[in-house]
Design a protein around this ligand. Structure first.
Ligand code: FE2
Ligand code: FE2
Length: 679
């Protein structure tokens, strides 16, 4: 309300006041002033009364408004309280879902990393139960398209743990996918139905369900006193679409009240998502296992082929892995000494396994005649030369018979006989010597080589052409010397250009030296010369043949380096390719020293030496006793050919005995006093 509303009425009041104060007003003036005062007063009363009325009305309005406001405030506060509750509820729900989602993501990662299939299946079931808060559950795997076999069974209330890491094997009968009599799909069982239909089945109460046969469940409940109520069954279906099994969860439980509740649609969604991930993980693992089995079989097939190439090395490729594994286990078990920190994970074991099975794979390229060369003159041989020689003998027999007839009685018979007998005796003696040289059992000293040369120099006359019935290769080699007219005087034993086999196409091996090979390469691939071979000082192999035998390790390295090894197997070529190296760097093919070789490679080297020393399945070779084999190894150890720490471990850990008991004939296994060999 404006504040100057009484300003006009205030003026006569002021004037009257002045008059009373001063007393200077006339009678008329006094009347006028009084009537003005009266009018003002009346107006004031009127105005006041109007104001009072106005105020009263406002107060009424105000009261009503206050009531409304109060009501609205109450409503608003109730609404706010509700909203708060709802938000809290939803937040809690979201938190639960977020936790479930996090678990799902975590499980997905963990599932992908697990290599053990029974552990993996256990994790899948546990994860699904965790997400759904299920009291129990089972995981089934489809077997040969005909049934679903129990793999893992769990129930918390009944304290059941079967399959996986529990140590108990499932004994429940498998669920048939088809009716045994009619052959029709089994839709009575909810699990097989899920698999056939490829979608989840969610049942709130099995006892109310008409769709499936739960008689087995009821029998189980009767026996155990359990009440199997809510069921969620989902197929395990990888992306490729083939169902590989199923997951069944029983009795979802309210986390707060512990009451059995149905599986909610949200939970079903999570379990289905998990089942999808799980199926992919399982399927990947199945594929990996199948590929690994195939790889293992191929490797064993190759090792078997190499072993069967030669009875002299039979079983070597299969026994070296066993021995290498025993030695690596002993190194892992060591709690003190040089191997206290040594350990192998699953991948490392597999790497050693593959490397040891393949360590001699290069032998597929080694000629059998070299691997098994038992005598010095043995070779792949064109027998036309032998047959021609028989013709030569027959030629001479005929000649001799003719001469004997002609010459009978001309000389003193005794003299002739003595001469002939002496010559025969010398021939027998010389042949004995040559034959003995051929065996290679004795070292060929200079004196023996000298005698051999003397015998070799004896001459005979060849009547037949030695260039008939031979191969183009041999003809080419023989063409290095011009053909002499028949009859030809030849020495009894010969080294001829025809005996020298050059490198194929003139290509000397390892010239590019891509793999750091440091082996002395002989000038020719082979030399079949008779004197040359019979003069081999030790054993039966020429330098060329020794090279061909040793070349197997280079071939192993080349072959293995060409294979596309996955990261976890990348050291296979190194492990396999180092087993002929020696600790002092005098081995082959790279002349590596002990420090340059990995421990698994050094383990392989010991296994590769010990196996042939003890092998009992080599023809014409007496199997050594265990003590003899250990003694020979101890010499190799003294000569720095094998790793001294591994040799100690080999004896101290008792690997030599364990290996012997498993692979040696009982009569070979004698007592070994290891103390004399230990440092
Ligand atoms: Fe080898
Ligand atoms: Fe070997």
């Amino acid at each position: 309300m404006p504040s100057d509303i009484f300003d006009r009425e205030r003026a006569p009041v002021e004037r009257s006041k002045a008059f009373i104060d001063g007393g200077r007003m006339s009678g008329d003036e006094q009347r006028t002033a009084f009537s003005e005062l009266l009018r003002g007063y009346e107006k004031l009363v009127k105005e006041t009364s109007r104001l009072v009325k106005f105020s009263d009305r406002n107060e009424e309005r105000l009261k009503t408004a206050n009531v409304v406001i109060e009501k609205q405030r109450a409503e608003l506060s109730e609404y706010a309280e509700n909203l708060e509750g709802k938000v809290a509820e939803r937040t809690a729900e979201l938190a639960v879902e977020r936790t479930k989602l996090e678990r799902l993501v975590r499980l997905g990662t963990v599932l992908g990393a697990e290599h053990d299939s029974s552990k993996l299946m256990e994790m899948i079931l546990e994860g699904a139960r965790d997400i759904s808060n299920a009291d129990g559950g089972s995981l089934y795997i489809q077997v040969e398209d005909k049934e679903l076999a129990f793999q893992i069974v769990q129930n918390d209330s009944l304290n059941i743990r079967v399959g996986g890491t529990s140590g108990n094997q499932p004994t429940f009968p498998a669920v048939p996918l088809f009716d045994a009599e009619t052959g029709e799909a089994n839709h009575r069982n909810v699990v097989s139905h899920t698999v056939h239909e490829r979608h989840a089945v969610n049942i709130a109460d099995a006892y109310e369900s008409e769709d499936f046969d739960f008689s087995g469940t009821r029998r189980f409940d009767e026996q155990t006193g359990y009440r199997s109520t809510s069921f969620l069954t989902v197929p395990l279906m990888p992306r490729s679409g083939e169902v590989i099994g199923a997951l069944q969860l029983i009795n979802a439980t309210d986390p707060e009240t512990s009451a059995v509740v149905p599986f909610s649609p949200e939970v079903q969604g999570f379990v289905e998502a998990l089942a999808g991930q799980a199926a992919v993980a399982l399927d990947n693992q199945n594929l990996l296992a199948a590929q690994k089995a195939l790889l293992d079989s191929l490797i064993e097939l190759l090792a078997g082929a190499i072993d069967s190439k030669s009875p002299y090395t039979g079983g070597h490729c299969a026994r070296v892995p066993a021995l290498a594994k025993m030695l690596a286990e002993a190194a892992c078990d060591a709690t003190h000494g040089p191997f206290r920190d040594f350990s192998f994970n699953e991948d490392d074991w597999y790497e050693l396994h593959i490397a040891s099975w393949l360590h001699d794979c290069g032998k597929v390229t080694t000629s059998e005649y070299v691997v098994d060369k038992a005598t010095k003159l043995e070779t792949i041989y064109n027998r036309i030369h032998e047959i021609r020689t028989r013709f030569e003998v027959a030629w001479r027999d005929a000649e001799i018979a003719y001469l004997e007839g002609r010459l009978a009685g001309e000389r003193d018979a005794d003299e002739l006989t003595a001469e002939r007998d002496a010559e025969h005796a010398r021939l027998v003696d010389d042949f004995d010597f040559v034959a003995e040289c051929n065996i290679g059992g004795e070292f060929m000293g200079d004196d023996r080589i000298e005698r051999l040369k003397e015998i070799a120099a004896r001459t005979w006359v060849r009547q037949f052409d030695d260039r008939l019935g031979i191969s183009d290769d041999e003809a080419r080699r023989m063409s290095a010397v011009p053909e002499a007219p028949l009859p030809v005087t030849e020495t009894l034993l010969m080294d001829t250009p025809g005996h020298i086999v050059p490198w194929h196409d003139g290509k000397v091996p390892y010239q590019d030296n891509a793999y750091g090979i440091r082996m002395d390469v002989p000038e020719n691939a082979f030399n079949l010369g008779e004197v040359y071979n019979l003069s081999i000082r030790r054993g039966t192999l020429t330098d060329e043949e020794r090279f061909a035998v040793n070349d197997h390790i280079v071939q192993t390295i080349i072959m293995l380096n060409q294979l596309p090894w996955p990261r976890t197997l990348r050291r296979v070529p190194e492990y396999a390719g180092g087993h002929h190296e020696k600790m002092d760097g005098t081995g082959y093919p790279r002349r590596l020293t002990g420090e340059e070789l990995s421990l698994p490679a050094r383990i392989m080297a010991i296994a590769d030496v010990f196996e042939p020393l003890t092998a009992s399945d080599r023809p014409y070779k007496k199997a050594k006793k265990l003590s003899e084999a250990v003694k020979i190894m101890s010499f190799m150890n003294k000569d720095a050919h094998v790793d001294p720490d591994l040799f100690d471990l080999f004896l101290k850990s008792g690997v030599h005995v364990r290996y012997a008991e498993q692979f040696l004939a009982p009569e070979q296994v004698d007592a070994v006093d290891i103390n004399q060999y230990l440092e």
